[in-house]
Structures are given as structure tokens and as C-alpha cells.
Design a protein. Structure first.
Length: 63
């Protein structure tokens, strides 16, 4: 039933777009355009923690 309205090509394109948006958001966090205190549920207490969390997140997104 899903194949009738979502082709594999459209699903692949959507997946690539979502990953690009996610990586862009993480890049904005790493560059300081988005304050790290407002991400990760407010759990981050320092820039060092932010770099660890972001490195992990970006590496998982690239898998």
C-alpha cells in the first residue's frame, strides 16, 4: 500500500534531504550560530560537552 504513493526514488531523495538538514543544523551548533544551551534538552553544561555530543551525532548521521 505504501508503494502506491511513495516510490523508492522519492524515499531516497527525502532521506538525503533530511540528513542534509540535520547536518546543517549540527554545523550551526558547532559554529555557535545556535547556542548549545538550547539543544540536547538543556543537558549540556560546557562547550566541551557540546563538542563531544555533536561529534557523536554527526558521526552517527554520516553512517
Amino acid at each position: 500500500m505504501v508503494r502506491k504513493w511513495l516510490s523508492p526514488s522519492a524515499a531516497a531523495k527525502g532521506f538525503v534531504v533530511m540528513n542534509c538538514v540535520s547536518l546543517t543544523y549540527h554545523a550551526l551548533i558547532l559554529t555557535g550560530k545556535v547556542d548549545y544551551r538550547y539543544v540536547w534538552g538543556g543537558q549540556l553544561k560546557s562547550k566541551e560537552e557540546m563538542y563531544i555530543f555533536e561529534a557523536l551525532s554527526v558521526s552517527l548521521n554520516l553512517l
